[in-house]
Ligand binder design. Structure first.
Ligand SMILES: [Zn+2]
Length: 91
């Protein structure tokens, strides 16, 4: 558990790494959900898609923040280089 906590604190300091994870998890769950629906497993498919949205939202709220000023970063700008609030370079 300590390693997970360490990794989360690392992600708080590196929002672009957190960004990679939230996109990866979101896309994986949406694709899995669509595949399940296509294969007639509608309920698990919808659950996977909703889980993808919920996890994406939770990760965005928790980790998509500037490590210097703490402002939340723009939701729609997925590939930003600098914090729009304080100009900190994100990595
Ligand atoms: Zn900032």
């Amino acid at each position: 558990m300590k390693r997970i906590a360490d990794y989360i604190s690392y992600l708080r300091r590196h929002p672009k790494q957190a960004n990679k994870w939230r996109l990866l998890i979101f896309i994986a769950l949406e694709i899995a959900g669509v595949c399940m629906v296509v294969l007639d497993a509608e309920l698990p498919g919808f659950i996977a898609m909703i889980a993808g949205l919920v996890i994406y939202t939770a990760l965005t709220l928790a980790l998509w923040r500037c490590p210097r000023c703490g402002s939340s970063l723009p939701w729609r700008d997925v590939f930003i280089e600098y914090c729009p609030h304080c100009g900190e370079r994100l990595d």
